[in-house]
Design a protein around this ligand. Structure first.
Ligand code: APR
Ligand code: ZN
Ligand code: ZN
Length: 366
């Protein structure tokens, strides 16, 4: 066991605190990782607001990269000294999805067995089974994915959650390929990543939609070919017009990605897809939100698919090393997502900035 600094949410709505935590030595199948960088995500704020569950206190942070310090018995996939990105999809290998060779749909994922605790022995709940706003954290070895150690930790760590969700919504769930038209509604961290992923896949046009002009500027720099300010313009009509281009009869974009997580914007996505097009929901709705009341004939009559993208349908062992290689080759600008680097005691301020839409990602450097 060792003691390190970590950031916890002690009770519902209370500001986060930097405290000393106990990190057990890794047991069978576990690893202790020395964290180098961890992005601040909406989900961390949702935990501290009590919007996910009430298993306080939480050890926050889950978009992280670092170096494996020690591994427990039976661990063969990673070794001390490896540079890894942490993931919340350590696949089981046993469920139906895993057995049929589609582990990206494994929902039977696992975390460390032992618990990290406060100094008084109170058990901590690590955010998404990770808890990486800490100098060191304990995870299941399967939550560590080895990637090129020359990657900048602040950029690499972002693949652990929001940026992977966005890229994956485009290239995995939406199956975006060369020449396909894509519209992305909501261009925060996740939507901007969906734009970068669409550009990587060769999509055209790539239409960015947001109500915030700053986000649209950023979207352009990441590969959007057109922008629509939906606070001033009807986004459905605008997407239809741009996506049609030279084609007669096009009814919208081949793939429309909703990265806000609201019924109104999902409805816009629904009506902005082309015939036989795909809608991908990657924005996270609240439990109270309902699918908009739509004529079933509109679902049926347009063909295509209405999908949701859970963690960008990513398979960390397949996707993380590939995307880091593309980043290293200069073909995927992960640095563009790092708006600022901050210290462990600046997370509360980062939540505030996130609220005002000032950042794509604040990243804690350790
Ligand atoms: N139409 C278009 N864009 C909108 C609208 C709207 N009605 N409302 C908000 N937006 C934009 C915001 O301006 C912002 O750029 O959506 C974007 C949301 O981005 P972020 O707040 O940075 O959130 P992000 O990290 O990208 O996550 C997207 O998934 O994790 C959840 O809670 C998160 O629901 C959010 C979504
Ligand atoms: Zn499985
Ligand atoms: Zn996240």
């Amino acid at each position: 066991m060792q003691q390190v600094k970590g950031v916890i949410a002690r009770s519902k709505g209370a500001p986060v605190e930097v405290v000393t935590i106990n990190v057990p030595d890794p047991g069978p199948g576990e690893a202790v990782v020395k964290i180098q960088a961890c992005g601040v995500c909406h989900t961390d704020l949702h935990y501290r607001e009590g919007g996910i569950n009430d298993e306080f206190p939480f050890l926050l942070g889950h978009e992280a990269a670092g170096i494996v310090e020690a591994v427990g018995e039976g661990v063969t996939g990673v070794a001390p000294g490896d540079f890894v990105i942490l993931n919340w999809r350590a696949v089981c290998g046993q469920c139906r999805a895993c057995k049929r060779g589609e582990a990206q749909y494994c929902f039977n994922t696992h975390n460390a067995t032992q618990q990290m605790t406060l100094e008084d022995g109170t058990e901590l709940t690590p955010a998404l089974g990770i808890g990486a706003f800490a100098e060191k954290t304990l995870v299941a070895a399967g939550q560590c994915t080895k990637v090129d150690p020359d990657a900048r930790p602040a950029a690499a760590g972002l693949l652990g959650c929001g940026v992977m969700a966005g890229i994956g919504a485009a290239i995995n769930t939406g199956a975006v390929t060369r020449g396909r038209s894509v519209a992305v509604i909501g261009c925060g961290g996740v939507g901007a990543a969906a734009i970068a992923g669409s550009a990587l896949a060769g999509a055209s046009p790539i239409i960015a939609v947001d109500i915030d002009a700053k986000k649209l500027e950023k979207a352009k720099s990441l590969g959007a070919t057109h922008t629509v300010d939906s606070s001033a313009t009807d986004p459905v009509a605008a997407i239809k017009e741009i996506a049609a281009g030279f084609y007669e009869g096009a009814e919208g974009a081949d793939v429309v990605i909703e990265a806000v997580g609201r019924p109104e914007t999902w409805k816009q996505a629904f009506y902005a897809r082309d015939l036989a097009g795909t809608v991908v929901l990657v924005g996270v709705p609240t439990p109270e939100m309902k699918v908009p009341d739509l004529p079933l004939i509109d679902v049926f009559g347009r063909g295509g698919a209405l999908k949701s993208s859970w963690y960008g349908d990513c398979l960390p062992t397949r996707d993380f090393p590939m995307l880091i290689d593309l980043y290293r080759q200069g073909r995927l600008d992960l640095d563009a997502f790092v708006t600022e680097e901050i210290a462990l005691d600046e997370i509360e301020a980062a939540f505030e900035k996130m609220h005002h839409g000032d950042v794509l990602r604040s990243v804690v450097i350790l």
